[in-house]
Design a protein around this ligand. Structure first.
Ligand code: FBP
Length: 703
């Protein structure tokens, strides 16, 4: 080799090479393509102006506390945003007037947020090029502390169709005190805002309603936008008409999770040795897990809402016969849940599939009665402690041991003071039986809205701990066995000169059936019992060894339960939006501007008919105050926007349930995994809406 060839080019020179500069640049072809995409507009926005038309047919069941606390916005109605070519002079002047609008992201990121700003920006600039949009930085703290940037062409163009909330960031602060409210008002006035737009989840839209109420006299309008990957902002009127089928970001996150889980199914069914345990985000509701199930057909998908409704008829009957009531028969316990999972694992193993994919929704604990009781009790204890002490609970008891000691003292108090019932000896004993990491999880600090932080609890570890323990018991009992292919057994035995038809009935419980997979008899659960069976049937003598081919088959039938644990949350939340979310959010942005230009406040921008093709989408406004319900937060009842959980009578759930056995695939045939593929942004493979929405819509139409 010549010296010339050994010479290396200086890296500085390489970096100047245009090809190298191109492939190492931050700007990928995907990014360029995304930024250039122009989402289509709903018909209403193709005209010169848009007006609001009240739709009084959509009514709500109004909470009296909401009516009391939000008198100025409680009578808002659902309005349709309708495009018009002309307006009379007075209304035209109002529509086109110069405006300053502030926008903020609140809560966890959700794919599509940037397009809300892009839509708002484009609509505002179209109406009046002098309109100004400010973006508050780092969430509601940006409003409280007056930290904002003016959104410019360059800024907005950099983020069109991109995921995350990177442009202005987000935060979880809550404007929940008089002081924060007045600072926020001051910021809005200082900036001369006509309107404030809050892009957020249930808590943030609740905040939007209270801000709207409080700024009504200042003439500052407040509009909410339904965001959250959790998909739990779904609005129906009192008659069940769907006004908002799903919050934005849900489709993208579910697709991103489903792709990764489908890749795991491919890997898992190739090396056939792991159960992949996938915890999927969604603070409480299991909407994301349900959509992931429909997208990728994992072998087992747990749906929290179903567990809460579970009734153990066997326990009820047993209690009835002894004239007692068994309260544990209502709702599923963690132990029972672990049994259900084990049953499915054992079934798959019996047909040779000692591998699979299990999806656990992040918020599942919310639906397990015994845990929910602990969450409520601990919420109350922490809230009461904070209300009566200078320092908060977590500052005063920084270590788990300190917290447990405090709980122990409460249990003692309950014995001395019968009226003190929040934490008794039984609670304390049960709590102390839990592993330390789970105790820590349940005692975690609540978020600023008083929500339990499910994403921080290792739910999967708790459930899988119980599953592993029970599988060991089943293995010891000889119930958990890997089924062996009949053909393979025949080859192994006969190649060593054994008669399969003689040994088969001795070794396998289903030898005489037509099953393709043979299962070693339950009584053969160890090398010792295997030998005993062979001696008993005169296959070998007491002092001989088990013949190697038989021992080999026994070992192959003896399962090892190996898991790989995954968490799908922040990754999908940061994914670039699907075309559905790009189009949805861009039109939400346009809706927001048109609500503001028509004087609305205390309203949430929404798109009706998301469950149908784009041509049927209708921009509307939904009044926030009538959606409020009282909920326990930090030990007190607060008005919040009602979260919607999975309806276990919905077609999407019922169809998933009906496919359960098929997707478990506990039979000799192939698995039934579905490959949703990567998110196609353009081209003919675009999936235009969540499968959950499609199924529910088709079923409604076929009624
Ligand atoms: P939002 O309700 O604010 O949209 O957030 C939803 C979520 O992504 C949940 O799925 C998850 O439990 C939670 O945020 C995680 O919160 P954090 O970002 O504070 O860890």
């Amino acid at each position: 080799m010549s010296m010339e060839k050994n010479k290396t080019v200086p890296v500085e020179m390489l970096l100047k090479n245009p090809e190298i500069a191109k492939v190492t640049s931050n700007i990928s072809t995907e990014l360029i393509e995304r930024r250039q995409y122009i989402p289509p507009l709903c018909d209403a926005f193709k005209k010169n102006y848009a007006i609001l038309k009240e739709r009084p047919e959509f009514q709500f069941d109004i909470n009296s506390e909401a009516a009391k606390q939000l008198p100025n916005i409680i009578n808002n109605k659902v309005c349709a945003v309708t495009g018009v070519d002309e307006l009379d002079e007075k209304n035209k002047e109002k529509y086109l007037k110069h405006r300053k609008i502030g926008v903020v992201f609140s809560g966890g990121p959700a794919p599509g947020g940037h397009n809300v700003i892009a839509g708002l920006y484009d609509a505002a600039k179209k109406a009046n090029p002098n309109n100004i949009i400010y973006g508050f930085l780092l969430g509601p703290d940006g409003i409280i502390e007056n930290k904002a940037v003016e959104i410019t062409d360059e800024l907005v163009n950099n983020y069109r169709n991109l995921g995350g909330f990177t442009m202005i960031k987000t935060g979880r602060a809550k404007i929940d005190t008089k002081e924060k409210m007045s600072l926020s008002k001051k910021t809005c006035k200082n900036l001369g805002l006509d309107a404030l737009v809050i892009v957020g989840g249930d808590d943030s839209n609740t905040n939007a309603a209270f801000l709207a109420e409080s700024m009504i006299d200042d003439g500052i309008q407040v509009i909410g936008v339904p965001k959250t990957i959790d998909g739990d902002i779904q609005v129906r009127d009192i008659s069940g008409n769907i006004l908002c089928a799903v919050s934005f970001g849900f489709h993208t996150a579910a697709r991103a999770f489903a792709l990764e889980i489908s890749n795991l199914s491919t890997d898992g069914s190739s090396d056939v040795k792991y159960w992949h345990i996938c915890k999927v985000m969604g603070r409480v509701a299991s909407h994301l897990a349900l959509e992931v199930a429909l997208q990728s057909h994992p072998n087992i998908t747990l749906i929290g809402e179903e567990l809460a409704n579970y009734i153990d008829q066997r326990r009820i009957n047993k209690a009835l016969s002894s004239k007692t009531t068994d309260y544990t028969a209502y709702g599923m316990t963690l132990r029972h849940l672990s049994r259900v999972i084990c049953e499915a694992i054992v079934k798959r193993a019996s047909v040779g599939k000692n591998y699979g994919v299990l999806v656990i929704p992040e918020g599942i604990l919310e639906f397990i009665n015994e845990i929910q009781v602990f969450i409520i009790k601990l919420n109350t204890i922490i809230a009461e402690y904070n209300a009566t002490h200078d320092n908060d609970f977590h500052t005063n008891f920084p270590l788990l041991e300190d917290k447990l000691e405090h709980l122990r003292r409460l249990a003692i108090r309950s014995r001395e003071e019968p009226s003190f019932t929040v934490w008794n000896t039984r609670d304390d004993d049960l709590f102390n039986d839990m592993p330390a990491f789970f105790q820590e999880g349940l005692l975690l600090e609540r978020d600023s809205h008083g929500n339990f932080q499910f994403s921080q609890v290792e739910t999967d570890k708790v459930i899988m701990g119980l599953v592993k323990d029970y599988l060991n018991i089943l293995k010891e009992k000889g119930v958990y066995k890997i089924g062996l292919s009949r053909e393979q057994c025949r080859r192994t035995l006969e190649s060593s000169g054994f008669n399969m038809d003689f040994l088969g009935p001795i070794l396998f419980k289903n030898y005489d059936s037509s099953d393709e997979f043979l299962i070693v008899k339950q009584s053969i659960m160890s090398q010792k019992t295997l030998k005993q069976a062979l001696v008993r049937e005169d296959v070998i003598q007491e002092d001989s060894k088990v013949p190697p081919p038989i021992e080999k088959l026994y070992k192959q039938s003896s399962p090892k339960f190996s898991t790989q644990i995954h968490f799908y949350g922040y990754d999908g939340r940061g994914a670039d939006p699907t075309q559905f979310d790009c189009n949805y959010t861009y039109n939400l942005g346009w809706t927001v501007f048109n609500l503001i230009a028509n004087g609305a406040t205390g309203q949430m921008a929404a798109i009706k008919n998301l469950e149908y093709e784009f041509s049927k989408w209708e921009p509307i406004s939904i009044p926030i105050a009538p959606l409020m319900r009282l909920e326990e937060r930090k030990g007190k009842l607060h008005l919040v926007l009602e979260k919607s959980v999975v309806d276990i009578n919905s077609p999407a759930f019922l169809i998933t349930k009906a496919c359960r056995d098929k997707w478990l695939a506990a039979e000799a045939s192939e698995d039934n995994y579905r490959r949703p593929g990567p998110i196609h942004f353009t081209g003919k493979n675009i999936e235009d809406r969540p499968i959950t929405l499609t199924l529910n819509a088709i079923s409604r139409e076929s009624l």
